[in-house]
Ligand binder design. Structure first.
Ligand SMILES: Cc1cc2nc3c(=O)[nH]c(=O)nc-3n(C[C@H](O)[C@H](O)[C@H](O)COP(=O)(O)OP(=O)(O)OC[C@H]3O[C@@H](n4cnc5c(N)ncnc54)[C@H](O)[C@@H]3O)c2cc1C
Length: 399
């Protein structure tokens, strides 16, 4: 890894002060006549270019050359909870199958658990070429140390080109540990994936607060790893299984762990906005919390879930789980009705895949109108009472 080196022999109180003053990230710390760089350093190199000559140096890491032809297969980690696969795993298999069209690699499912051969069978019904099954009583509950050991074994043995994980709480904790163990990169929370015919994975995700879409690749390391949000892709259609299940040896993997499970406390099941089929999404156009009562008749009629934009979470009107967008939930309902929402990119990224989008906004230039199937220019307070009738005619027209 490239880094900034401080040449301590060139540092005195005055030079240290100059460097501290020019660093935009407050990354220097000066204690007992020793100048160190902390984790805030972004390697912007201002200290090298504009600081006192020779005080700081940019050390570039040597590029690793790997034989990429040795790495084959697009693997998906199948996440299991209570003996059921999380749906994001099948969505990732759907994407892996699309990528395979370009590289002609095998699509591989990695199934870990206790008595989970039914999940391995289910993976085959989604058209997976190979399933690697690690089945052992010690794998029943997720233990990040043991599961990371499994991945290390798996990767050493099969040398995959790509490994994909869901951006679930588990995937977000697990994938970075695997990346560190395998000394490779990881792109978190991708919203799109593509691959070149040579097998270079393009990991696409919003960056800088959603203002740009960054295309990230991993040119010098394998495996190429990414976590992907739930509801970004479609699960593939079921097929007559043609793949193979490999029962992997587990004894060598079940080593001692420093993590000891004391108790499992089940959280009460709450409805997840990501699973909703109909959503009424509300924005800052609502002037008072009480005004939200105006949507009740429509919500009841459509049996809809309510979602909202971030400002409504920030002012305490809704639980954070109701936020749609980049820093909230990704949703893909059959119908979403946007009421008084500006359509900031951070919001749109979380709902643009909805099947039918209806938007009400008083601003004719509202950005959501660009992606909406039906756009209503008007004041929500006037349009809402009419919306029941409008929805009826829209639904009639659609069917
Ligand atoms: C890193 C980062 C992450 C973020 N993540 C998210 C996220 O996940 N989700 C999210 O939602 N935001 C997110 N945001 C915030 C986002 O940028 C916007 O600020 C936010 O979405 C705006 O919310 P809004 O559309 O409700 O409010 P506003 O921007 O205030 O828009 C209100 C809209 O209502 C319309 N309007 C006003 N009165 C009426 C009326 N009477 N009738 C009809 N229309 C009316 C206006 O024309 C306007 O379009 C994020 C921001 C950052 C920096």
């Amino acid at each position: 890894m490239s880094y900034i080196k401080v040449n301590q022999d060139k540092i005195n109180d005055e030079i240290a002060k100059k460097l501290i003053d020019i660093c935009p990230f407050n990354a220097f710390e000066y204690t007992d006549a020793y100048l160190s760089i902390n984790a805030s350093c972004k390697i912007c190199k201002i200290c090298v270019k504009k600081g006192p000559e020779g005080a700081c140096e940019f050390i570039e890491s040597q590029k690793v050359q790997i034989d990429k032809s040795k790495y084959k297969g697009i693997a998906v980690y199948v996440e299991i909870h209570n003996q059921e696969a999380h749906h994001v795993s099948w969505e990732l298999i759907g994407k892996a199958k699309e990528l395979k069209e370009k590289t002609n690699e095998k699509v591989i499912a990695l199934v870990i658990g206790d008595q989970v051969s039914h999940i391995a069978e289910e993976a085959l019904t989604y058209g997976v070429d190979e399933v690697y099954l690690y089945d052992h009583p010690r794998f029943k509950e997720f233990n990040v140390e043991i599961y990371t050991n499994i991945f290390e074994e798996f990767y050493k043995k099969y040398q995959n080109n790509v490994i994909l994980y869901g951006s679930t709480p588990r995937g977000r904790s697990f994938a970075p540990r695997v990346a560190a163990r395998l000394k490779t990169g990881l792109t978190a929370d991708c919203t799109m994936l593509d691959i070149t015919s040579e097998g270079e994975l393009l990991q696409i995700r919003p960056a800088f607060g959603g203002n740009i879409m960054a295309k990230i690749n991993t040119p010098n390391h394998r495996p190429q790893m990414a976590t992907i949000r739930y509801k970004m892709f479609n699960a593939p259609k079921k097929v007559t299984p043609y793949g193979v299940i490999h029962h992997e040896k587990t004894d060598a993997i079940v080593k001692d762990t420093t993590i000891h499970l004391l108790e499992i406390m089940h959280k009460p099941k709450v409805s997840d906005l990501s699973d909703a089929e109909v959503i009424i999404a509300v924005g800052r156009a609502f002037k008072k919390q009480k005004d939200l009562e105006l949507i009740e008749p429509l919500r009841k009629r459509l049996n809809a879930e309510i979602g909202c934009t971030r400002p409504l979470i920030e002012n305490g009107w809704f639980d954070a789980r109701k936020q749609i967008g980049l820093s909230g939930r990704t949703v893909k309902p059959k119908l979403i009705i946007n009421l008084g929402i500006s359509g900031a990119v951070q919001y749109i990224e979380g709902m643009k895949e909805a099947e039918l989008i209806i938007t009400v906004n008083s601003d004719i230039n509202n950005k959501l109108f660009d992606i909406s199937h039906y756009s209503i220019v008007g004041d929500i307070y006037q349009v809402l009472p009419e919306l029941n009738l409008l929805i009826d005619s829209i639904m009639e027209e659609k069917s």
